[in-house]
Design a protein around this ligand. Structure first.
Ligand code: THG
Length: 264
């Protein structure tokens, strides 16, 4: 499981404050902890202030890179903020994300092609998130074709089927799971990623719902997640589900994690 650590996100109150106050220690701790907990990438979202976002993104990237060498996943809809991060990022990064919306295709996709980054493709367009896996696949098909025509290999594409709240739609999880299955069979070389926690919005016992959905999504073909690797019980479910899916030869990964005290 390719975990993209989610915690450096300016829409979270404590992170927004740390960005405002240029609190390097706070950001470096988040980077260190998520790296040690097993992230492959760290998501970096500078928040929503458009005029400050490029500067804030550059500060975040610089601060994180002083602490650890982990690859970064630059999370912004703002092409200027993405460029500010891309110009100083050291390891091959990921861009989060391009969608089927015209301005994103015109401004974000060229950045990914210019820098040859990994790229998250979102299954939404101007009309929103389609209510069916057919609708989502249509957008995904188009984005994969555009990215590959531009020279990105399938291995660099992370397709996000998108998750909507189960509290607002009885079939929310089923639509996402069906989309994951279809992406997995149509694009076996692409990665499939998702921020799964939206599923439980508005419900009690959110973490338990998130963990259950994680196991189901892994069974459907999810191989990456934007998540908190420090959530111990979530990490246990990921380790167990991957082992049960035949991705952990001789159960070595699971056993090693147990002996290291990462699970159990
Ligand atoms: N797909 C893609 N990118 C994404 C998402 C997605 N980026 C943002 C989001 N969804 C995933 N990131 C986060 C980051 C932090 C939290 C949740 C998702 C988080 N939530 C706290 C919680 O759940 O308890 C509450 C917020 C807080 O701490 O203030 O930490 O779907 N491509």
């Amino acid at each position: 499981m390719i975990i993209i650590g989610e915690k450096i996100n300016g829409t979270r109150k404590a992170v927004a404050q740390a960005i405002r106050e240029r609190d390097e220690t706070f950001i470096r701790d988040l980077a260190r902890n998520q790296t040690d907990a097993g992230s492959a990438f760290l998501d970096v979202n500078a928040g929503t202030a458009p005029e400050r976002e490029p500067e804030d993104m550059a500060w975040l990237v610089g601060t994180i890179q002083e602490e650890c060498g982990i690859p970064l996943c630059l999370d912004s809809a703002n092409p200027s903020a993405l460029r500010a991060g891309l110009e100083i990022v050291k390891n091959p990064p990921m861009i989060n994300s391009v969608s089927g919306e015209k301005p994103r295709i015109e401004k974000v996709l060229p950045l990914a092609l210019e820098y040859g980054t990994n790229l998250i493709l979102l299954a939404l367009d101007e009309t929103g998130i389609p209510n069916t896996s057919d609708g989502r696949m249509k957008i995904v098909d188009r984005l994969v074709r555009l990215a590959m025509d531009g020279g990105l290999k399938e291995e660099k594409l992370y397709i996000d089927p998108l998750v909507t709240a189960i509290s607002t739609g009885t079939d929310s999880a089923l639509i996402t799971l069906d989309t994951i299955r279809r992406i997995s069979s149509t694009y076996p070389k692409c990665h499939i990623t998702s921020g799964l926690s939206n599923i439980s919005f508005g419900m009690p016992l959110r973490h338990m719902i998130n963990r259950t959905f994680m196991a189901m999504a892994i069974q459907a073909g999810l191989d990456s997640a934007i998540a908190d690797p420090g959530d111990r019980q979530l990490y246990e479910v990921i380790m167990a589900a991957e082992m049960l899916m035949g991705r952990d030869k001789y159960c070595q990964g699971f056993s090693r994690a147990y002996r290291a005290g990462r699970i159990g």
